[in-house]
Design a protein around this ligand. Structure first.
Ligand SMILES: [Fe+2]
Length: 611
């Protein structure tokens, strides 16, 4: 503690260990997708030291289990280790749920009572902390934080806005699914709250389940699918399912059709209603039909309408037109793009870790003496360094050292020749997006590149778009960007300028849009210099940028995992820290590119100021 009693070291974490296990034990026979509808995913840890956010990482990056909900022991260990601290140095441990105040709502039936006592009761968190970190036993009790307050702080503080509306939309917290807050001078005041019967997150989750995908995981696939559909066919049904009301409120009557515990855990009543609307369920793993694609488009359209309805009301009501967003629905980058283009708002900040992993940060912020004074870095590079676990020393692949500027110049040249390469440098990104430290990069000029990356590297569905990264200086020449949009974190979908679409077809979605990352030289210098080198060679300051992982795996954590991704996929080349590895077909071209990048006057050297 400081002399004023302010905690110097605050650890926040997210996740509800045992939550899924409780559900599957009590409801045998659930399908795998049904078993994924539970509270407490996205375990993560975040660390504040002396008013600085110094580390944050998801547990999935250690366990390999995507969206892992178990106690984030490894993530906590990493955060402390990276700061040169251990548990004995921690003064406050904060958790991203506060079910203690909600105990009365957890007694409705035998299953709810069991779930409360074995999972939701905050006492379980202290028990888990002590079991996993014995140094905390007898000294630290876990401090619960209201879930939406954690989300709201996670957006308000790093937004940098002195005053803002903070809107949280998710599946649900302890009770609420939508909250609106006024943020000013470090104080967060709640203006409105809608409970789980108004949950756009649950609506999207059950749609995801109905269309054959995994809920709490694949919602972004439904959003991608929606761009290819026609919402008109199911528009009347969605007006029945989601009702807009006065004062920025709305309700989702579709969610009120599950009348016993099993139905509530599987949304079987709601899903029957979707069948009644005329949209049959899809088998998991089978591609959606055109009719189901139209249904996805109608859900997306209605979610956007409800989203704008609540934000628009509170902007008009308060006169505050800067908006900070968090909660899983804030990851709906198409809806955020529509808000930015609506004329309703001046500026929009989306917490890049808008899902529940971000509430690890928010829980810690709840115990900062002055949250507004906490310094958060502009980018999300808060996880393990690439050197934390290096690649294996024995490798069958050709490899060579490559200093940063040479590596960047060679990467640009290889990309211009059609290489699909991995780029793993520095610290891991926190949140779902790779922003230039754990990326797969490729040439966007041929549509076939997208299909190749999807089929051979990412092993994923062809309808899913891949995103572009662009030099910030060239952003407006290539993309039609509303003034309200902040694009450094890849959280907003915007139109590609019509005259540019044919130049970068691999990263343009069916509707002419793209979820673009604007890359600033002072924020992501390595990726910026690759983009600059690529532009000097091709005239195009844009690259495809997707996360360095294969389907079903979390993004590569460190050098060892980046190497494993390279060796288990059809990536041509990977740059890991100061070493480049190449598959046989690319070996000679990598040698040539490195030699060219070594020469004085090479493009990346020029971009780096002749270094
Ligand atoms: Fe949440």
């Amino acid at each position: 503690m400081t002399a004023t009693g302010t905690p110097r070291v605050v650890l926040g974490y997210s996740g509800l260990d045992g939550s899924q296990e409780c559900k599957t034990r009590e409801f045998p026979g659930l399908s795998t997708p049904e078993s994924r509808l539970f509270q407490g995913l996205d375990s993560a840890a975040a660390l504040l030291v002396d008013g600085n956010l110094v580390a944050a990482v998801q547990q999935e990056r250690f366990s390999g289990s995507k969206f892992d909900h178990r106690f984030p022991r490894d993530a906590i260990d990493y955060c402390l280790r990276s700061a040169g601290l251990d548990m004995a140095d921690v003064q406050v441990v904060a958790h991203n749920f506060d079910y203690g105040r909600m105990a009365a709502f957890s007694q409705a039936d035998a299953y709810s009572r069991l779930r409360y006592s074995s999972v939701y009761d905050p006492a379980n968190q202290t028990r888990l902390l002590h079991a996993n970190h014995p140094a905390a036993a007898g000294r630290l009790e876990v401090r619960p934080v209201n879930h939406h307050r954690a989300h709201a702080l996670s957006a308000a503080v790093p937004s940098g806005f002195g005053e803002a509306l903070v809107v949280v939309l998710d599946g649900m917290g302890e009770l609420h699914a939508v909250t609106v807050h006024h943020w000013k001078d470090g104080e967060l005041r709640r203006l409105a709250a809608l409970d789980f019967r108004s949950s756009l997150g649950l609506l999207y989750g059950l749609t995801t389940l109905h269309l054959g995908f995994w809920p709490n995981s694949d919602e972004y696939k439904v959003m991608a699918l929606a761009a290819s559909g026609d919402p008109a066919r199911f528009r009347p049904a969605l007006r029945d399912a989601v009702v807009l009301e006065a004062d920025g409120r709305f309700s989702v009557p579709l969610l009120g059709m599950n009348h016993d515990p099993r139905a509530r855990e599987t949304f079987s009543g709601s899903r029957q209603r979707l069948v009644d609307y005329g949209c049959p369920a899809q088998e998991p793993g089978r591609p959606p039909t055109p009719l189901q694609t139209d249904f996805a488009a109608a859900v997306q359209e209605r979610v956007e309408e409800a989203f704008l309805h609540v934000v628009g009301h509170w902007v008009r009501q308060t006169g505050v037109a800067r908006v900070a967003l968090a909660g899983g629905v804030a990851l709906n980058c198409v809806a955020v793009g529509r808000l930015c283009a609506s004329g309703l708002v001046e500026e929009v900040y989306v917490q890049p870790a808008a899902g529940d992993e971000g509430t690890a940060v928010g829980a810690a912020l709840a115990f900062a003496a002055d949250p507004a004074a906490v310094r958060c870095p502009p980018m999300t590079f808060l996880g393990p360094d690439v050197d934390e676990t290096p690649p294996p020393s024995a490798t069958p692949y050709w490899h060579a050292p490559a200093a940063p500027v040479v590596a960047e110049g060679a990467a640009a040249a290889l990309l211009a020749e059609g290489c699909v390469l991995g780029w793993a440098q520095g610290r891991l990104e926190f949140g779902p997006r790779a922003l230039g430290n754990r990326s797969i990069l490729a040439d966007p000029r041929e549509r076939g590149t997208r299909d190749r990356v999807n089929a051979a590297v990412k092993f994923r569905e062809g309808f899913r778009p891949l995103a572009p990264a662009v030099k910030s200086e060239s952003l407006h020449a290539w993309f039609d960007v509303p003034a309200a949009a902040q694009l450094r974190h890849m959280t907003v979908t915007v139109p590609v300028r019509p005259e540019c679409r044919d130049l970068i077809p691999a990263v343009v979605h069916d509707d002419g849009s793209a979820r673009v990352q604007s890359v600033h030289a002072d924020e992501v210098p390595g990726l910026w210099r690759i983009l600059d080198g690529f532009e000097r060679l091709t005239g195009v300051p844009v690259l495809m940028n997707t996360s360095l992982n294969v389907k079903g795996q979390p993004t590569a954590r460190d050098g060892a995992e980046a190497y494993a991704t390279f060796s288990s996929s059809q990536l041509d080349v990977v740059f890991i820290g100061g070493t480049v590895y190449a598959k046989p077909a690319w070996e000679q071209r990598v040698k040539d590119a490195l030699a060219a990048a070594e020469r004085p006057g090479a493009p990346a050297r020029e971009a780096a100021g002749g270094r």
